[in-house]
Design a protein around this ligand. Sequence first.
Ligand code: GBH
Length: 490
Amino acid sequence: MKFQTVCFVIIVKTGFAAGQDNLAFPDGFLLGAATASYQIEGGWDADGKGVNIWDTLTHEHPVFVDDAYTGDVADDSYHLYMEDVKQLKNMGAQVYRFSISWARILPEGHDTIINTRGIDYYNRLINTLLDNGIEPIVSIYHWDLPQRLQDLGGWPNIVLAIYTENYARVLFKNFGDRVKLWITFNEPRIFMGGYTSDTGMAPSINTPGIGDYLTSRTVLIAHANIYHMYEREFKQQQKGKIGITLTGFWCEPLTPDFTERCERYQQFQLGLYAHPIFTGHGDYPSVVIERVDNNSKVEGFTTSRLPKLTSEEVNYIKGTYDFFGINFYTAQVGLNGVVGGIPSRERDMGTIVLQDPNWPVSASSWLRVVPWAFRKQLNWIAKEYVNPPICVTENGFSDYGGLNDTNRVLYYTEYMKEMLKAIHIDGVNVCGYTAWSLIDNFEWLHGYTERFGVYAVNFDDPGRPRIPKESAKVLTEIFNTRKIPERFLD
Ligand code: GBH
């Protein structure tokens, strides 16, 4: 493997002039931090909350999670949310991205039972944020599906597109007077993985290449339902904006010969969701349709595993966005080859991805430090989807804990510099950035073994104090001066 070559080519300097302007955030650019309900709230059965698929996974299959941890208490933000707001305020954050726990609002998943104590909790959080001059960015769904809806089959069941719309309506009715930035889904490309293995992410259903694509269709229609419902019933009065957050993993061709393979990787990774919503043509990317149809046929399926969108649905989904949310952490090197079981999305994609062993590591096996890839990914989105407003809804680094997190400081400053090059030099329309994460939290299947917070949390201390790491101090400086400090210049 010629990884060395890849690195060498990339390290070549661009024409970036390290001047002050290029290191400053534009006026109106929103800076802040992010979390998600199951990862921080705890209070898993408090005040009428219903059970969700992560409660079920962590309680019934403790062996799936490193050290058998659960989110039962997590950061206890359900009780300590004021501590979170205090830290955001201390940092000078303008925005806070958090998600709402569906089962806390609708314990049964549907809207005949509304848990008013759940509504009260989010009202307290939203009001405290606003009292402190911090604007909420709310994710409607960040992976914690009510168990009742999983009992109906979960995301592969198209009926969930209606249940999601009805859930979102409850949120707009109760919080839309104060919440103006909404994200329908966080990373559907990742949570569809919950339908590809019986030992993986919740709900751990082993239907690769089938249940995951059924999820894609439900999510796209649910997203469009929410967008149109907001336009019809709320937008005129509430004047908010709606987007979706997708997962970016940059794919760098091992050599120029592999460019097409990486392009295909992007279409299976981002395009599966972005093409139907953000292109003028709409629908799934043609390379996805062709390859899944063809593989299905070869495998003996009478009907393609990719559930098609009707032309009515294509038009209904197209253009349902006010901004493009992107979570970006790392990169891969792409080359030709077929991996993955029969059937599977990996196999349909037909690109092998690896990571360059020279890229600096983190505590997460998948996360290596590749700042230049951030600029490339932002440019790819701008080009492919004709410069939509982009909001970076997550970006961050994991370690094993400790307050002197020099590597996290370097990660943030290097990635932010690349984002600023994309903005100032390349003209990419990036309008906000929320760091993942405000506080150490429950990192899904990795429990509390990987720490992403800029505030440290000791999960053995019942008070769960939030202690600033070095990175929190640097972000505070960046948020307040609105530029990268000169000591971080190359
Ligand atoms: C985001 O996903 C999530 O939105 C957020 O909730 C999460 O805390 C954050 O990133 C950090 O991971 O180690 O083999 O189990 C980013 C994409 C998808 C990366 C799942 C890690 C697990 C790989 N993530 N993946 S593995």
